[in-house]
Design a protein around this ligand. Structure first.
Ligand code: PEP
Ligand code: MG
Length: 543
C-alpha cells in the first residue's frame, strides 16, 4: 500500500478501481497546404461543432452544478469567438500555408504562455481555458472522439489535472471519486467537484500518478485528503466504515428538516442559504433553509449579453420571492468588477481589480444601471419578504447615496401608481475593514448588516482571494477578522439592526459557537450546509 496526501475538496469517501484519465490528444503535425481557404472553412465548421458541444456541456453543468459554476462554459464559447485568437489562427494558416490543426496548436501555445505569464491570478487561470478550447477545436478538426469514457463499473478517475469541461463531462453515475495530481482548491474543477457531491482530492502529486496502474484499487478520503493506492484490508475496512458513517449522517440530517435552529439553552438563529440565480431555489427548498440570505444578483448580468432590462430583472426577483412563499429573501445589488467581469460594461483593465472599480462603486457612478435594478427590486417587493443589500460599502456617504436612490425610486413608483412594499428592509454588506470599524455610524442608517467574510478576509489580511499561492497565508480564523465581526455585531444590536454572515465562514462549524456568542442573528450558507449547520446549532449550549 502507498499513501499520498492531497487536498480534500469534497468530504466523502470512496474505494474502487482506478481509471487513469487519458486525453485523446490528437497528435498535431505541421502539413503544408495550397488551398488555405479550405483550411479556413474547416476552422469555421470545427468552431460550430465546438460551440454545439460546449452548449450541451453548459446545459449539463446548469443541471448538475448550478448557474454560477456552469458559467465557465459560456466563457469558453466566448473565447472561441475572440478576435485576437481567431486572427492568430487565420494569419498562421494564410502566411505559413499550413493546416488548421497546426495553426490552432501554435495559437494555443502562444496564448496559454501569454496568460500564464500575467501577474493577475484570474488571467493566469485563463491559460488552462485556452488550452481546453484549443484541444476541443483540434479534436473537432480531426473528428476524434471525446476523452476517456468511463464505462461499465464505477471507477475512481485519476488524472494529472482535469479541465472544467472534462470534469462536467464525467458521468456522475459512473464516477466513484476523482483524484488529480495537480490543481488548486480555488480552481473551477475543485468548485465543480464540491457541487457535484463526488468525493474528490486534488494536488496528490506526480508520484501518485506514477504509483498507479489501470484497474488497481484506490481508496480516497475526501475528509482528510488521503489517497491509498493498493490499500491493505485494514485500510479498506476503515474507509468502508467511514463511508457507512457518512451515509448514516446524511440520513440523520434529513430528520432535521422542519426542526428549529435552536441551541440547547434556547438561543435561536436563522439559517438561510446563498444562491446565484433562480435555478438555485430548488436546492434551498430541498435543504429546508429558512430563507435566502444572499442572492448574488450579478449572475443575472453575467448570463446576459446586454444589460438586463427592468422587466427581465423584475420577473427573476418576483420568481424567487414567490417560490420562497413569504420567507425572507436578501437580494444583493450588482457586485461586478474584480473577478467578475462583464464585457458589455466596458470596464477599463485595472492593475489591482480587487481594490478597484467594483460593486457599489460602479452603481453609484452609473446611476442609470442602479436605478433600473432598484426599480425592479421594489416592484418585486410586493410579492414576498424582500430585503435589499448593498455590497462593498466603505463609508457613510456611500450608504446615504444608496438610501437616497432608494427613496427616489420609491417616489417614482408611487407617482406611477405601482405597488411595492414600503417596509422593504435595507442593509449593507460588511466586507471591508472600513465598514466594520465605522459600523457604529453605519448601523443607525440601515435595518441589517451581513458580513461577507470572503472579501473581509482578503481585505483584512491583504491576501487576494483569487491567488492560489496565498493559501498558506490565509488564516480564516485570524483574530482581526473575528474582532471586526464582533464589533459589527455589537454596533448592529446597539442600533436595533440585525446581523448575519453570508461569506463562506458562516459554514465553518468550528466557529458556530463563537458566532452565536457574538449574537449573530443569521447564518447564510450554501444549501448543502444548511442541515449540518442546524445539527451543530442544536448541539451547542451557550451557558
Ligand atoms: C463575501 O465577500 O463574503 C461575499 C459573500 O460576497 P462574494 O463572495 O460574492 O464576494
Ligand atoms: Mg464579497
Amino acid at each position: 500500500m502507498a499513501v499520498f496526501n492531497g487536498k480534500g475538496v469534497y468530504g466523502a469517501v470512496a474505494v474502487g478501481k482506478a481509471l487513469i484519465f487519458k486525453r485523446q490528444a490528437a497528435e498535431v503535425r505541421r502539413v503544408s497546404v495550397s488551398d488555405t481557404d479550405a483550411e479556413l472553412e474547416r476552422i469555421e465548421k470545427a468552431k460550430e461543432t465546438a460551440v454545439e458541444q460546449l452548449t450541451a456541456i453548459h446545459e449539463k453543468a446548469l443541471k448538475e452544478v448550478g448557474e454560477t459554476n456552469a458559467e465557465i462554459f459560456e466563457i469558453h464559447i466566448m473565447m472561441l469567438d475572440d478576435d485576437d485568437y481567431n486572427d492568430s489562427i487565420r494569419s498562421i494558416i494564410e502566411t505559413q500555408k499550413v493546416n488548421a490543426e497546426y495553426a490552432v496548436a501554435v495559437t494555443s501555445d502562444n496564448f496559454a504562455e501569454m496568460f500564464a505569464s500575467m501577474d493577475d491570478a484570474y488571467m493566469q487561470a485563463r491559460s488552462a481555458d485556452v488550452k481546453d478550447i484549443s484541444n476541443r477545436l483540434i479534436a473537432c478538426l480531426s473528428q476524434s472522439g471525446e476523452d476517456t469514457a468511463v464505462s461499465g463499473d464505477k471507477m475512481i478517475v485519476c488524472a494529472d489535472d482535469l479541465a472544467p469541461s472534462e470534469t462536467v463531462c464525467l458521468d456522475k453515475d459512473k464516477v466513484l471519486a476523482f483524484v488529480t495530481a495537480f490543481g488548486s482548491s480555488n480552481s473551477h474543477t475543485a468548485i465543480l467537484a464540491r457541487n457535484m457531491n463526488i468525493p474528490a482530492v486534488i494536488g496528490a502529486g506526480r508520484k501518485f500518478l506514477d504509483a498507479l496502474k489501470d484497474g488497481c484499487i484506490v481508496g480516497v478520503d475526501g475528509h482528510t485528503g488521503e489517497i491509498f493506492v493498493d490499500p491493505d484490508e485494514e485500510t479498506i475496512r476503515r474507509l468502508e466504515q467511514k463511508q457507512a458513517d457518512d451515509i448514516k449522517k446524511k440520513q440523520l440530517l434529513q430528520e432535521l428538516k422542519g426542526k428549529d435552529n435552536v441551541t440547547l439553552d434556547g438561543t435561536r438563529v436563522n439559517i438561510f442559504a446563498n444562491i446565484g440565480g433562480v435555478g438555485g431555489i430548488g436546492a434551498v427548498l430541498a435543504n429546508d433553509a429558512g430563507g435566502i440570505g444572499l442572492f448574488r444578483s450579478e449572475f443575472l448580468y453575467l448570463e446576459s449579453e446586454d444589460y438586463p432590462t427592468e422587466e427581465q430583472q423584475f420577473q427573476a426577483y418576483k420568481k424567487v420571492l414567490e417560490s420562497m412563499a413569504g420567507k425572507k429573501v436578501v437580494i444583493r445589488t450588482l457586485d461586478i468588477g474584480a473577478d467578475k467581469q462583464i464585457g458589455y460594461f466596458d470596464l477599463d483593465k485595472e492593475d489591482n481589480p480587487a481594490l478597484g472599480f467594483r460593486a457599489i462603486r460602479i452603481c453609484l457612478t452609473r446611476p442609470e444601471i442602479f436605478r433600473t435594478q432598484l426599480r425592479a427590486l421594489y416592484r418585486a417587493s410586493a410579492f414576498g419578504d424582500l430585503a435589499i443589500m448593498f455590497p462593498m460599502i466603505t463609508s457613510v456617504s456611500e450608504v446615504q447615496k444608496c438610501l437616497d436612490m432608494c427613496e427616489q425610486v420609491r417616489n417614482e413608483l408611487k407617482e406611477e401608481g405601482i405597488r411595492f412594499n414600503e417596509e422593504t428592509e435595507l442593509g449593507i454588506m460588511i466586507e471591508t475593514p472600513a465598514a466594520a470599524v465605522i459600523s457604529d455610524k453605519l448601523a443607525p442608517m440601515v435595518d441589517f448588516f451581513s458580513v461577507g467574510t470572503n472579501d473581509l478576509t482578503q481585505y483584512t489580511l491583504a491576501c487576494d482571494r483569487q491567488n492560489a499561492k496565498l493559501e498558506p497565508f490565509v488564516d480564516t480564523h485570524h483574530e482581526a477578522i473575528l474582532r471586526l465581526i464582533e464589533m459589527s455585531a455589537k454596533n448592529a444590536h446597539a442600533n436595533n439592526a440585525w446581523i448575519g454572515i453570508c461569506g463562506e465562514l458562516a459554514a465553518d462549524l468550528t466557529l458556530t459557537e463563537e458566532f452565536l456568542k457574538m449574537g449573530i442573528d443569521e447564518l447564510s450558507v450554501s444549501p448543502p450546509f444548511v442541515l449540518p449547520l442546524r445539527e451543530k446549532v442544536r448541539s451547542i449550549s451557550l451557558k
